[in-house]
Design a protein around this ligand. Structure first.
Ligand code: NDP
Length: 246
């Protein structure tokens, strides 16, 4: 089975890459279950997908709460009969040197970017095992591949997730589970909006993103490519960045 008819849950589907992914997969015939905290935005995306003839549902999800991930995956199974793919996309970033001691920001990144993915894995794996198949897709980052100053903790969270998926892959050679880590470079989204407190630095970062970043639909298509493979083919790591990114 390729994308058509697959039941896919997407975390962080209220904006940016997650929203674009939900729209793209729905346009290709997947049933999509969207999770995030801003439910007004989720409802709007669901309504627009349905207007275009797609099938979608929204679930209020804070990925730092394991019960919310259970509710998200359970909605897929209860309403649509199964869960084929979990796209663990929800994430946040904070930019700044470690010497700034943004301890609250570090904790928030670990909570959302690392624990949020682990809660998703814990909710989805038993369903995948019961069904005999499933696919975990996570949105990590080129920040984890090319380490640069000011993104230490963010890069660390993304590399932690990459590590979980590689271990899971090696533990799952019975063919039940496929794992994919997508590493985007700069993408024009709202990610930067809460990344830094200083308005001047934030504006500079936003401008940089606007000048260099690619459209989130490009990442959505990459995720679609990974999901579209036949069951015996796994796209493990996929990097997608602006052609001009260094
Ligand atoms: P956005 O800020 O547009 O999207 C982030 C999404 O995560 C939102 O839908 C937000 O929804 C959700 N989110 C944040 N915190 C939580 C939470 N506690 N519970 C549930 N959902 C949450 O940015 P992007 O689309 O860029 O980010 C998506 C992913 O892509 C992130 O993991 C990011 O690290 C990664 N990425 C982005 C890059 C870029 O250049 N933009 C580059 C590389 C990776 P809500 O606030 O409604 O809960």
């Amino acid at each position: 089975m390729t994308i058509q008819g697959k039941v896919v849950t997407v975390t962080g589907a209220s904006s940016g890459i997650g929203e674009a992914t939900a729209r793209h997969l729905a346009s290709r015939g997947a049933v999509v279950v969207l999770g995030a905290r801003r439910t007004d935005r989720l409802d709007r995306v669901v309504a627009e997908i349905e207007e275009d003839g797609g099938t979608a549902a929204a679930v209020p999800v804070d990925v730092t709460d394991p019960d919310d991930l259970k509710a998200l995956t359970a909605t897929a199974v209860d309403r649509f009969g199964r869960l084929d793919v979990l796209v663990g996309n929800a994430g946040i970033t904070r930019i700044g040197p470690m010497a700034d001691l943004d301890v609250a920001g570090w904790s928030a990144m670990v909570d959302v970017n690392v624990n949020g993915i682990l809660h998703g894995i814990a909710a989805a794996l038993p369903i995948f095992r019961r069904q005999g198949s499933g696919h975990l897709v996570t949105v990590v980052s080129t920040s984890g591949l090319k380490i640069v100053p000011t993104q230490a903790v963010y890069a660390g969270t993304k590399n932690a997730v990459r590590t979980f998926l590689e271990a899971l892959r090696q533990e799952s050679t019975d063919g039940v589970l496929r794992t994919t880590s997508i590493s985007p470079g700069y993408v024009r989204t709202e990610l930067i909006d809460n990344a830094v407190d200083d308005p001047a630095v934030r504006e500079q970062a936003r401008q940089h993103m606007a000048d260099l970043g690619i459209d989130p639909s490009a990442v959505a298509r990459a995720i679609g490519f990974a999901i579209d493979q036949p069951d015996d083919v796994e796209i493990g790591d996929l990097t997608i960045r602006p052609t001009r990114q260094g």
